[in-house]
Structures are given as structure tokens and as C-alpha cells.
Design a protein around this ligand. Structure first.
Ligand code: PD2
Ligand code: ZN
Length: 284
């Protein structure tokens, strides 16, 4: 190696290989000097590679701190909850990931009204591209969708007040309701609802109320077959039944929450859902 040898991917890999094989930096330095490196350059190269490597390892293993999240059952398990203007059944609960399945969150009439209001405004679903902050059509989601403004219609406002009471979380922290329609074959591949901290567009998204901390997916109809909401980390499938809803929270933007979830393909019929995502703070 010459004194002027620039940092190359091969050199970086060799230094990391030596370090992970248990060779002390002094020993690695000795071999570099023996192969013709100037001492100052060799020390600088070692420092650069090893501190970068350690920083990456720390980022991969240290969890971000947990933040407060909505908890619909703060006093423990129960079979029924009063949410604003309606009694809601608690059908199933799980601790990790935190998942609660509710029965009868919406009336049949509310489901029909939501579908009718959304139907004329559907477009192919977009997901926020966190690299750019812009919305783009995404192959992982083959449904069609639209967003309501918060409180834009009396039925929307009533449902949002009920959801806020159910979650015990300020209505102002909720994004506008999103309605999705899945036709036969359409699905939503497994994903996390929080914004990926590693993506360059995330800081600008977080200016509007911080991270998402929970999701409430409400089923507006019952597909004939397929369309479960799945949690692959824990092999949980939630059946889509009209008026029911699945709540899940995530106290950090990290897979350790096990909040990976997807919408299984609809096999027969169609599937309509309304999703409320809630942020840490006021969503503006
Ligand atoms: O429609 C669903 O089951 C589903 C699955 C995964 C909805 C969402 N994610 C969502 O709205 O985030
Ligand atoms: Zn989702």
C-alpha cells in the first residue's frame, strides 16, 4: 500500500474484517505500517472507518425512546366501552403488538354513508414517499383511496368524536379519515404506519404533529372472502366485518413494536375501510 492510498471500499471492508476478527487497532495499524502506510494517514483511516462502523452498529441496536400512545383500555380488560355516543364491544386484545379489535364501532347506516360519500372521490391509492415527502402511486397498495378533511361532514365529525373518545386521545391529533376500496385481488402489503426515521423526507412530515402513534382501521363492509388485516410478526389475522375496527399502537418508530401489518388480498367481493391515524401532537 502506498502512503497516498485513498480510502476504498476494499480497504474499509479489510479494516472492519480485522476489527471484527478481534484484532486490536494497534495490531491492524502495525500491518498497515508494514505494508507501507505512513503512520498519520493509517491512524486517520482507522479512526474514520472504525468510528463510522461503531456509529452504525449503535444505530442498529439502540432503540429510540418510547413515547406516550393512546390506550383505549387504561383500566385493564373489559367487554364493553362507552365511546362518546355509542357502546362498543371489545372482541379481542393483545399486548405486543398492542392490538384491540372492537365490535360495533360504526352503525350500518354510518358505514353506508361513508362509502357513499367516498365513492365519488376515489383515486388510485397513494402513499407518502418518505424520500421526497411527495405522494405517489405505490404498487404495494392496489386499492383506491381518498381523504376526508377532519370534520368535513356531520357523519365524519360524529365518527371522529367517537374515535377520539374511544382512544382517549385528542381529536386534534388525528389526521383526516382515509377511505380505501379494495376490489378483487387488491391488497396492502405489510408495512409500518409510522414514518421511517431513516428516510430523508420524514423530518418535514413530522412537522405536522410529530410521529404517528396509533391506527384505527374500521371496516365499512364485509368482503365475501379475503381481506383480513394481518400482523405477520405474531401470525394474527383480523376478519373484516362491517362496523368493526382494529386498533393498534406503536410507541416508537421501530420494528420492535411488532406493528408490521398488511391488508390480505380480497378474494371475492370488495372491501372498504376507513382509517384514522393519530399523531403524538396536534395535526395541522
Ligand atoms: O385495509 C386494511 O386492512 C389495512 C391494512 C394495512 C389498512 C391499513 N394498513 C392502513 O390503513 O394503514
Ligand atoms: Zn397500515
Amino acid at each position: 500500500m502506498s502512503e497516498q492510498q485513498p480510502m476504498t471500499p476494499e480497504l474499509r471492508a479489510w479494516i472492519i474484517e480485522q476489527a471484527t476478527a478481534g484484532h486490536k487497532p494497534e495490531v491492524v495499524l502495525e500491518s498497515m505500517l508494514a505494508s507501507g502506510w505512513n503512520e498519520d494517514s493509517a491512524i486517520a483511516a482507522l479512526e474514520q472507518v472504525l468510528t463510522g462502523y461503531l456509529d452504525d452498529r449503535v444505530k442498529q441496536t439502540v432503540l429510540p425512546p418510547a413515547v406516550p400512545v393512546p390506550e383505549p383500555l387504561p383500566n385493564g380488560p373489559r367487554t364493553m366501552l362507552r365511546a362518546h355516543d355509542r357502546d362498543v364491544q371489545v372482541l379481542m386484545t393483545m399486548h405486543t403488538p398492542r392490538v384491540i379489535v372492537f365490535g360495533g364501532l360504526l352503525s350500518d347506516d354510518e358505514c353506508d354513508q361513508m362509502i357513499a360519500l367516498a365513492r365519488t372521490r376515489l383515486a388510485r391509492s397513494e402513499t407518502v414517499q418518505t424520500e421526497t415527502g411527495a405522494s405517489e402511486v405505490n404498487d404495494a397498495r392496489t386499492s383506491q383511496g381518498m381523504f376526508f378533511e377532519r370534520g368535513e361532514h356531520p357523519v365524519v365529525a360524529r365518527i371522529e368524536a367517537r374515535m377520539a373518545a374511544l382512544m382517549g386521545w385528542p381529536l386534534e391529533n388525528g389526521e383526516g379519515l382515509q377511505v380505501l376500496r379494495y376490489g378483487p385481488g387488491a391488497e396492502y402489503k405489510p408495512h409500518y404506519d409510522y414514518f421511517d426515521p431513516a428516510h430523508s423526507g420524514t423530518p418535514s412530515i413530522l412537522k405536522r404533529g410529530g410521529q404517528r402513534v396509533a391506527s384505527l382501521v374500521c371496516y365499512l363492509n364485509t368482503p365475501t372472502q379475503g381481506g383480513a388485516t394481518t400482523f405477520p410478526d405474531v401470525q394474527l389475522d383480523v376478519s373484516p366485518v362491517r362496523g368493526n375496527a382494529v386498533f393498534f399502537s406503536y410507541d416508537r418508530a421501530h420494528p420492535a413494536t411488532r406493528s408490521l401489518h398488511g391488508g390480505a388480498p380480497v378474494i371475492e367481493g370488495e372491501k372498504w375501510v376507513a382509517t384514522k391515524w393519530v399523531r403524538e401532537g396536534r395535526f395541522v
